[in-house]
Design a protein around this ligand. Structure first.
Ligand SMILES: [Zn+2]
Length: 358
């Protein structure tokens, strides 16, 4: 069996992590370089002339133009955290280098911090991923879209039409050979035409050609300016048997494995966008595993501070009236097979690589 060059690529090893980011000074230097690659820029007025001084353990930059002082962490996602930067770097390493997700509980054990600290670190890093991926738009001759669901605690109809799950749009951009390039997983309030149109206007380039399984709402992509091809799926024609849907089914299957294998109980509906973005962020950067930590650091250095209260309140595009309900992963199989945490309308883990007609 041939080795998959993506799966077997060299990532960042633990020894490299401690060699480059093992001391607090190294982490501070790395954060400074990530935040101000061309040298200090005042976050208040944009000035670059400055003086620098230490007070206690902390370094401050004072802008010569507006006289305001800035610390290394202020204005970044690290703002307000009492944890050493080394712990943050270890968390970013663990989150970025793992194939699957890592829970806050596991992070707590690896970092040697309290669970609340690990939860904040985990959600802040996931928020960085959300905001970084927010600006990503899919485009191309083939963008395959599908409706999917993150499963809830309560029993209900599986898949499409389920009342207990978080609906989300899954989309994958394929290249000319039918290979996946980038993906998006976005929670929506429902699969109405208005939801799809808003989503398409936001996350698809207008020249894209969209392929869907015939669910009526996806015709709304045409209103948003894209061309649309329907491959109708029904009782006698399953998407799992159709090569054009192979990759979207594989990705949804991998997403399900990643989430159900890691998280056993969390506020699912409320934070769905972060868990989806975490998987999306890693997948979209899978060609450069070694560079993922420095890239995540650059993103973190340019992401605004997020308090715990904000993190706990924030929801994203998921405006259902019962959004405050605690959602938990079901641990027993649902009616459509072995899926435990995600009800996905279709799945083909062993489907052949798709080839598309022009
Ligand atoms: Zn200034």
């Amino acid at each position: 069996m041939a080795m998959n060059p993506i799966q077997f690529q060299t990532g960042m090893s633990l020894s490299e992590l401690f060699k480059h980011y093992g001391a607090e000074g190294q982490c501070e230097a790395a954060l400074e370089a990530a935040r101000w690659p061309q040298g200090f820029v005042c976050p208040h007025c944009g000035g670059t002339t400055h003086s620098r001084f230490n007070e206690g353990r902390h370094t401050y930059w004072q802008c010569s133009a507006c006289r305001r002082q800035t610390s290394l962490r202020s204005g970044t996602i690290f703002h307000g955290s009492k944890l050493p930067l080394c712990k943050w770097f270890q968390a970013m390493f663990l989150i970025s280098q793992s194939k699957n997700n890592i829970s806050a509980l596991e992070l707590k054990r690896h970092l040697g911090v309290s669970y609340p600290s690990a939860w904040r670190v985990k959600h802040k890093i996931m928020q960085v991923m959300v905001e970084r991926e927010e600006r990503r738009a899919l485009q191309g001759d083939i963008v395959v879209v599908d409706d999917a669901y993150l499963g809830g605690e309560h029993q209900g109809k599986a898949g499409r039409g389920s009342e207990n799950k978080v609906p989300f749009i899954a989309a994958v951009q394929l290249d000319g050979d039918g290979h996946p390039q980038v993906v998006r997983f976005d929670p929506v309030s429902g699969f109405k035409q208005a939801d799809i149109r808003n989503w398409a206007e936001r996350y698809l380039v207008a020249s894209s050609h969209v392929l869907s399984d015939g669910l009526n709402c996806f015709t709304a992509v045409e209103q948003a300016g894209m061309t649309h091809q329907r491959e109708v799926v029904g009782t006698h024609r399953r998407s799992t048997d159709m090569p054009c849907f192979a990759w979207i089914n594989i990705l949804l299957g991998n997403l399900k494995t990643s989430i159900s294998g890691t998280y056993h109980a969390f506020v699912f509906r409320k934070y769905a966008h972060r868990y989806l973005a975490e998987y999306q962020y890693r997948f979209n950067r899978r060609f450069d595993l070694k560079g993922m930590l420095p890239r995540l650091l650059r993103a973190a250095a340019t992401t605004a501070p997020r308090s715990e209260a904000w993190l706990r309140l924030a929801e994203h595009q998921c405006s259902s009236p019962d959004a405050s309900e605690i959602w938990r992963i079901r641990t027993r199989p649902n009616p459509i097979g072995s899926l435990t945490s995600i009800a996905i309308t279709t799945m083909a883990l062993s489907a052949p690589r798709p080839r598309f007609p022009p």
